[in-house]
Design a protein around this ligand. Structure first.
Ligand code: NAD
Length: 794
């Protein structure tokens, strides 16, 4: 018999993982588990329990405490009490706990893996070889950050109490992704596992108690969506870190709007898997298996949209069908299976109905003739062809083992198809031409790219999405920063109130000689009149009318966003080019320093010395922005594999910036300069009260070689403009430095396209202080890190 035919005819014998220890652990708990609050397992205050099921059989596994308001309150209060002393521990002491946790996970890895496979339905092979080692790795990696926190993050403090809500697809891994960085940096945690899969989190919580983690540092409240929303709404939670569906992420964004809580959202995806004609097709077929049939396709970054170059599509799809026919589906504890069970009946039904609708819509469906277990929730690997880019099945996240395939002719078409999605989590690119692969990696709008690989993860490499796949990163240095607050930005609750006295215009004679009637909006590199033709008066502190600015409306804002969107050459230009332009703007402002000082004095009533200082600081700041333009660079990660991952900070795109009244020229320049130096284009709204220094600045911009559309300036009623910007679906981010109401509205209205938000009180920032108003503290909000994995080897 030849080796080939041996492999073709191989018959797998049963190889069932022993679940004795896991069943004994369940029995020890009386198959009934409480919450973990203040270091103890506690019964739910309301006495209610829910059942968690085994997806492979549909049978009950255990009864779990159902958390309601009193439970959440107790957990948050325990976390609050524990936080100051946890944060005060030396980094080394905290590192020791995290390190002990990593070791404990390794020691108990088989038990955790079996519990995970039972509760979630995933193959034991995946839990044992991927999820649990990675969970241990996260604790070990973050122990390191705790150890060197004093040197690396001395300008930051922990955020406080973190509410963490996770989904069911990687329960133990998600626990580690969330808990390890939060605890490492001195925060305390209230975590809610998904209602379908609470067991591994409870087991890990038990291990945390066993290693002696101080009570209250880690609390686990079990329950459903209502329990989650109680954590989100708790006034004593400083940050919410959520992983789950885009729908719930949107809800959480609107519920946290205006509360001052930090928020990170790791949401859904519909990731492209691109196969070019020069790819190693056999390897790419294996890549597809790892991409869409790993964890039954219940993976946020599953490569669920296969895009194959037309010239190799037939051969590639034939190879893929052949490979699909060899996949093995079975009980999760069988060690030789490729796919286990779907999480529950509801998810199974959802997958089936999406496939049914696609077929009714004209798709061709291929499912290999495989035998599925008779009980439990199983779905065969599925390939849908003859689908359209706009089909529901191509646009909607399925969260199941269903791949839809389309073809493309050119790399440009491949990129266009890839980016034709509201999501932007990940992409897998297959080509033997390194230049092409990196070109595509740079152009796809996602947070993670795997070149000739799929679904690689490591704690040192950030993970997270763009667009409606959410914001924030988990892992890497950027993930650590999500759990810290810069000391230079005060944190008092209720921030967002201006310190300036409210201005009331007096009815005085106007000083016509000083009125500059020529002020216009600046859109697409041109000075233009406001659409509606209305103006807004600007007064000096003693009530003199000193100028008028156009009252921009919805249409002006839309024109400005369109102009900024078109100026995309700026985002792909290099830092050297951007630096030169920023220096040139600075020089031109410097040449007119006296004129700007006078304007500031006239407008705001500050002394000429103060005004001159503000102008000088503005020139200085523009130079700093120029300096950062080619220095806010990425890093090269060396995760445990043969290869590298490049963490590249990419500009966010188009940012709407609402500037404060405080230091009206300097704050505008600090914010706009920081945004554009790293390649963003902006629609900026200057101080409503004192806009004239900025409208004068338009002339400086016009003479400084800044490409049209990079900076657009709209004056007028700040709140109205802010709301239009926040709702605009073609704006990628909004920064509001203003009143609490404006900040709350911007966050609440940003949910349409889930744009990134940065909201602060203008007065909470000392604009003269470089530590607070320039450099990394702001630049971090002007970029999102894309991680490109590039393994070595043939
Ligand atoms: P889900 O949003 O329904 O639930 C996730 C968690 O949120 C659960 O713990 C749930 O109880 C809780 N929840 C539900 N309603 C809530 C509410 N109103 N307020 C607060 N919490 C609430 O998602 P799911 O179906 O459990 O998980 C699948 C989703 O998770 C998919 O969309 C997937 O793409 C996403 N996911 C994303 C990542 C990532 O890193 N981007 C990773 C894994 C899963």
């Amino acid at each position: 018999m030849s080796i080939t035919s041996y492999f073709e005819n191989i018959v797998y014998g049963p190889s069932h993982e022993d679940d004795g220890s896991a069943r004994a652990w369940l029995k020890d708990g009386g198959a009934q588990f409480g919450h973990l609050i203040n270091g103890k397992s506690v019964e739910p205050i309301g006495g209610e329990y829910f059942e968690t099921l085994e997806p492979a059989t549909g049978q009950g596994l255990a009864h779990i405490a159902l958390g309601r308001a009193a439970d959440v309150e107790a957990a948050v209060s325990a976390a609050r009490q524990a936080q100051p002393s946890w944060a005060k521990l030396s980094g080394h002491r905290r590192a020791r706990f995290l390190y002990a946790m990593a070791r404990s996970i390794q020691r108990n890895s088989r038990l955790i893996s079996v519990i995970e496979a039972l509760d979630n339905g995933k193959p034991i092979r995946e839990a044992r070889d991927i999820d649990i080692p990675l969970a241990a790795r996260h604790f070990l990696y973050h122990a390191g950050w705790a150890q060197i926190q004093g040197q690396e993050f001395c300008d930051f403090e922990p955020l406080g109490v973190i509410g963490q809500i996770v989904p069911w697809n990687f329960p133990a891994l998600m626990f580690a992704w969330k808990v390890a960085p939060a605890l490492a940096l001195g925060n305390t945690v209230v975590l809610k596992p998904a209602e379908q899969t609470p067991l591994s989190a409870l087991l890990l919580g038990q291990l945390a108690v066993e290693i002696g983690l101080p009570p209250g540092v880690l609390n686990i409240v079990c329950g459903d969506g209502e329990t989650g929303s109680l954590i989100v709404d708790s006034p004593d939670v400083d940050k919410v870190a959520f992983t789950g569906s885009t729908e719930v992420g949107r809800l959480i964004r609107s519920r946290t709007a205006g509360t001052g809580k930090s928020l990170t959202l790791e949401l859904g995806g519909k990731s492209p898997f691109l196969v070019f004609e020069d790819a190693d097709l056999d390897s790419a077929v294996e890549g597809v298996v790892d991409s869409i049939w790993f964890n039954q396709g219940q993976v946020c970054c599953a490569g669920s949209r296969l895009l194959v170059q037309e010239s190799v599509a037939d051969i590639f799809l034939a190879k893929l069908r052949q490979r699909m026919s060899k996949l093995r589906i079975g009980h999760p504890l069988e060690k030789s299976i490729d796919m286990g069970a779907i999480i529950d009946a509801a998810q199974l039904l959802r997958i089936q109905s999406l496939v049914d609708r696609a077929v009714a819509d004209g798709a061709d469906c291929y499912q290999p003739d495989l035998s599925l277990p008779n009980e439990g929730f199983f779905f065969p690997p599925t390939l849908l062809t003859n689908v359209q880019p706009c089909s529901e099945i191509v646009q909607e996240e399925i969260f199941g083992p269903v791949l839809c395939a389309m073809t493309f002719r050119t790399p440009d078409e491949a990129i266009t198809l890839s980016n034709n999605s509201r999501y932007g989590l990940s992409a897998s690119v297959w080509s033997e031409t390194i230049g092409l692969a990196f070109e595509v990696a740079a152009k796809v709008k996602v947070g993670v790219v795997w070149i000739n690989a799929a679904n690689l993860f490591d704690a040192s490499v950030g993970f997270g999405g763009v667009r409606e796949s959410g914001f924030g990163r988990e892992g890497g240095r950027e993930g650590v920063l999500e759990y810290l607050h810069p000391r230079a930005w005060p944190r008092e609750r209720g921030e967002g109130q201006t310190t300036l006295a409210p201005f009331v215009a007096k009815a005085t004679t106007s000083n016509d000689a000083k009125i500059d009637r020529t002020s216009k909006l600046f859109i697409g590199g041109r000075q233009v009149r406001a659409d509606a033709g209305y103006s807004k008066d600007v007064y000096s502190p003693d009530g003199q009318l000193i100028g008028q600015v156009p009252r921009g409306d919805r249409k002006d804002v839309r024109n400005a966003v369109e102009a900024a969107r078109s100026a995309d050459g700026w985002s792909s230009s290099d830092g050297h080019h951007r630096a030169q332009i920023l220096y040139y703007i600075a020089e031109n402002l410097s040449a007119r320093a006296d004129e700007f000082s006078e304007r500031l004095t006239m407008m705001t009533g500050i002394s000429s010395e103060e005004a001159s200082n503000e102008v000088q600081a503005s020139v200085d700041r523009l130079f700093s922005c120029g300096a950062w333009a080619d220095k806010f660079e990425g890093v090269l990660h060396q995760p445990p594999m043969r290869g590298v991952a490049l963490a590249i900070p990419e500009p966010i795109g188009v940012i709407g910036i609402l500037c404060p009244d405080e230091a009206p020229l300097l704050s505008f320049i600090s914010l706009v300069g920081s945004a554009i130096c790293v390649g963003n284009r902006v629609v900026a709204v200057p101080s409503e009260r004192w806009p004239l220094a900025v409208t004068d600045f338009i002339q400086v911009l016009e003479t400084s070689d800044l490409p049209s559309g990079v900076v657009n300036i709209v004056t007028g009623e700040r709140s109205g403009i802010s709301n239009v910007l926040a709702e605009h679906d073609d704006l990628d981010s909004i920064w509001v430095f203003g009143s609490g109401d404006d900040c709350a509205d911007a966050e609440r209205l940003s949910i349409g396209n889930l744009k990134r938000t940065l909201v602060r009180s203008g007065s909470a920032i000392d604009w003269m202080n470089p530590a607070a108003a320039e450099g990394r503290v702001l630049l971090r909000h002007a970029v999102q890190v894309k991680n490109i994995w590039a393994p070595y080897g043939d």
